[in-house]
Write a protein that binds this ligand. Structure first.
Ligand code: F6P
Length: 406
């Protein structure tokens, strides 16, 4: 099928930012649905980088996408740094150079693209938003294992990450019990503790430390000692990589490069060392890292990612650009990219999952009122689980002294 110029109708797609399970399922969804509606799909290599200088793409069809539904990573490749940087310090807008935007427009024109489907997290969607403002037709698809994008209840990749983290916690549980140890599991979650919260509940953690809830070593120790009094000689603790220490400092692996975010990681080791030194109980730490980002997507993530891909093509066909696909259970819908970026979907400390955990006696390392613990009617509980909160000023956070940088 062709458009008014007699050329074949085409959609472009790219995957940008950190990878996650389900990206290939989105690609497949776009290709298959595109075929139904008479589109040829082309995929750009290495995220936005493949759009210009040099333009790098492949034609996506039944042959090139065969078998990718279950495959982790992205067949197109991705990068979370390079020339396309539209936010700095987590939330400050950076204007993309006009020349760069003009070059992208030229690529769109020359390849006869009706739109580019941009699959990415908050940083990548901020680029898509600037494309939209420049008149480049885009549709955004949210991707983040951290589940920190607002306007969508879940993004694909999150469930696979939680499944991986829960499996790790299950394994740590048995060895913790055998050796009467404290086991600390550090999971991803740069600004938000969704992975820690979900895997902590699913895997029966005793303490969960999140970026959203300030905590203290005293309270975590209290929980461990109470367990021991009850005859439970082991404890499991889950900590999100972005959970600040009680003094407000973040633990990072390396400082920020110009075009990259600071590389978090190591808070689990700090927590582990401090608990061992305070309580004189053998403690071990596992930093799960990129295992959470790799491997086969869960059924739920394939289900979600596939629908995101199909809905993206519907929007292209309808000429509705500048929109981001979202999951507002049970429906797949869309919102403007502008509405979805710039604020994070943070864990609300009054949400039902937190209350459920508190109801089980899980410690968040904080002081908690009994009303808050069980969500009693007179407790002040905001109505929604996913209350978007303005991004934290991560950039102003002091760095740890070198000795604490892992
Ligand atoms: O944003 C997703 C995420 O997995 C974060 O949780 C983590 O801090 C970051 O990506 C790691 O990215 P990189 O690929 O640069 O190691």
């Amino acid at each position: 099928m062709s458009n008014t110029s007699g050329k074949k109708k085409r959609i472009g797609i790219l995957t940008s930012g950190g990878d996650c399970p389900g990206l290939n399922a989105v690609i497949r969804g776009v290709v298959k649905c595109g075929q139904q509606l008479g589109y040829e799909t082309i995929g750009f290599h290495r995220g936005y980088e493949g759009l210009v200088d040099p333009v790098q793409f492949i034609t996506l069809d039944d042959r090139t996408t065969s078998g990718i539904l279950v495959r982790g990573g992205t067949i197109l490749g991705s990068t979370n740094h390079g020339r396309f940087v539209a936010i700095k310090d987590e939330s400050t807008r950076v204007e993309l150079p006009r020349d760069l935007l003009n070059s992208v427009s030229r690529t769109v024109e020359q390849l006869n693209l009706e739109a580019i489907v941009c699959v990415g997290g908050d940083g990548s969607l901020a680029v898509a938003q600037q494309f939209h403002e420049h008149g480049i037709p885009v549709v955004g698809v949210p991707k983040t294992i951290d589940n920190d994008l607002s306007c969508t209840v879940f993004s694909f990749g999150f469930d696979s990450a939680v499944t991986c983290a829960t499996d790790a916690l299950d394994r740590l549980h048995t060895t913790a019990a055998s050796h009467e140890r404290i086991m600390v599991l550090e999971v991803m979650g740069r600004h938000t503790g969704w992975i820690a919260l979900h895997c902590g509940i699913a895997g029966g953690a005793d303490a969960i430390l999140l970026p959203e809830i300030p905590w203290s070593f005293e309270k975590v120790s209290e929980k461990i000692l109470t367990r021991r009094e009850q005859g439970k000689l082991f404890t499991t603790v889950v900590v999100a990589e972005g959970a600040a220490l009680p003094d407000g400092q973040f633990v990072a692996r390396e400082r920020r490069a110009e075009d990259r975010q600071i590389r978090l990681g190591g808070v689990g080791n700090v927590v582990s060392a401090e608990l061992q030194s305070r309580l004189k109980i053998e403690t071990r730490c596992v930093v799960l890292g990129h295992l959470q980002r790799g491997g086969t997507p869960t059924a739920f993530d394939r289900f979600l990612a596939t629908q995101f891909g199909v809905h993206a093509v519907r929007l292209v066909a309808a000429g509705q650009f500048g929109q981001m696909i979202c999951y507002q259970a049970p429906a797949i819908s869309d919102v403007s990219i502008a509405d979805a970026i710039g604020q994070l979907n943070k864990v609300d400390r009054f949400c039902s999952a937190i209350q459920a955990a508190r109801g089980l006696g899980v410690s968040f390392g904080d002081d908690v009122l009994s009303e808050e613990a069980f969500g009693l009617p007179h407790a002040k509980i905001p109505p929604s689980i996913n209350v978007p909160v303005v991004m934290p000023e991560l950039v102003n956070a002091p760095y740890l002294p070198t000795s604490l940088v892992f």
